[in-house]
Design a protein around this ligand. Structure first.
Ligand code: RIB
Length: 337
């Protein structure tokens, strides 16, 4: 564990040169290591299950408070570890009891947290979540330490971990400069990079030329399409336009409708999701991304990895809490067969 006191705030994002996609990234990942490096946020989730989600200014009364581990980075790290990968998480928690507990929970889940910075004077990230009777959610995040994760720390950790990594997974609940350095380092090291643009930050557009595999949901895809020009309106057309810019597949998660995969040359495939009883959709995208990263790191190609990740994400929504229903490798295998 790295302990950083009086941690410096971010400077400007590193400037991005005009490098374009390098096919050597693809060739270098064959025979990949089953090690996933996740760069992203770590939260504690405070969850209330209520009959419906509140509107603006409205109070809705639900059941008792439930507390779970959360954060898109930490959730995906747990999903990848349960799927059988060796997982290193890079991020930050505060120097508070919540941060210590979050790290203990991640360790118990098999995630290596020795590269998580503990920032004295910062509070650990918190997400306030309401889940309705259909399993849909509403989330407000207090970023806390996630907003202060030092860029130099991320760079140093990645330089030490990337030589043995099979896949890097980056999500965007951390500052733009942190996202940029993670994608840049993966590109330089020629390690396959999944970029989950949740939420969509303008820096994602700057990083398209670095060839990440993007994994937006439907609304994130529209936001991204808007940032690169006018949204065309159809998910397929938007994904094709963005895949033509990354020269890599765009994988659009569509909840119960499954996943849309658009390859770099515009070929479209829909991978359906199995029907399940939905209790809580929180963390379904994180499960998808974590398992996708794990399977790619283990050597699967995308066509093999995506259906596995879809099944894992479907299983994840059957329990309350972002990590509650995340399956183990054995549970995924059982569901696949
Ligand atoms: O994707 C779900 C996650 O988003 C929650 O765990 C919450 O912490 C927010 O980061």
């Amino acid at each position: 564990m790295v302990v950083i006191r009086h941690a410096a705030r971010f400077g400007s994002p590193p400037s991005l040169s005009n490098l374009t996609h390098d096919d050597r990234i693809e060739s270098s990942v064959s025979g990949a290591s089953p090690t996933v490096v996740v760069v992203g946020a770590i939260n504690v989730d405070l969850v209330v299950v209520a009959p419906r989600l509140p509107g603006p200014g409205e109070t809705v009364v639900g059941g008792g408070l439930q507390t779970y581990g959360g954060g898109k980075g930490a959730n995906a790290a747990v999903a990848a570890a349960r799927a059988g990968a060796t997982v290193h998480l890079i991020g930050a928690v505060g120097g508070d009891d919540t941060g210590i507990a979050a790290l203990a929970e991640l360790r118990a889940a098999g995630v290596d947290v020795s590269d998580v910075a503990v920032l004295a004077g910062e509070s650990t990230g918190v997400a306030l979540i309401v889940v309705d009777g259909r399993g849909e959610n509403q989330i407000a995040v207090g970023a806390g330490a996630n907003a202060a994760v030092p860029v130099d720390h991320i760079r140093q950790c990645l330089r030490s971990l990337l030589p043995t990594a099979g896949c890097v997974l980056v999500s965007t609940e951390i500052p733009a400069a942190a996202v940029a350095v993670a994608v840049e380092e993966a590109f330089t090291a020629r390690v396959r990079c999944i970029l989950n643009p949740a939420p969509v930050l303008p820096v994602v557009v700057e990083l398209l030329a670095r060839g990440p595999i993007l994994t937006p949901n439907g609304s994130e895809l529209s936001d991204l399409a808007m940032l690169v020009g006018d949204a065309i309106g159809s998910a397929t057309a938007d994904a094709q336009r963005i895949a033509a810019m990354t020269h890599h597949p765009v994988v659009v998660t569509q909840g119960g409708d499954g996943v849309l995969v658009v390859t770099a040359d515009g070929v479209v495939q829909l991978v359906p999701a199995p029907p399940v009883e939905v209790r809580d959709t929180t963390g379904a995208g994180d499960t998808f991304n974590g398992v996708l990263a794990a399977r790619l790191a283990m050597g699967d190609d995308l066509a093999t990895a995506v259906p596995v990740a879809v099944v894992a994400a479907s299983l994840s929504v059957t329990e309350v809490g972002a990590r509650g229903g995340m399956p183990t490798a054995a549970q995924i295998d059982a569901a696949m067969s």
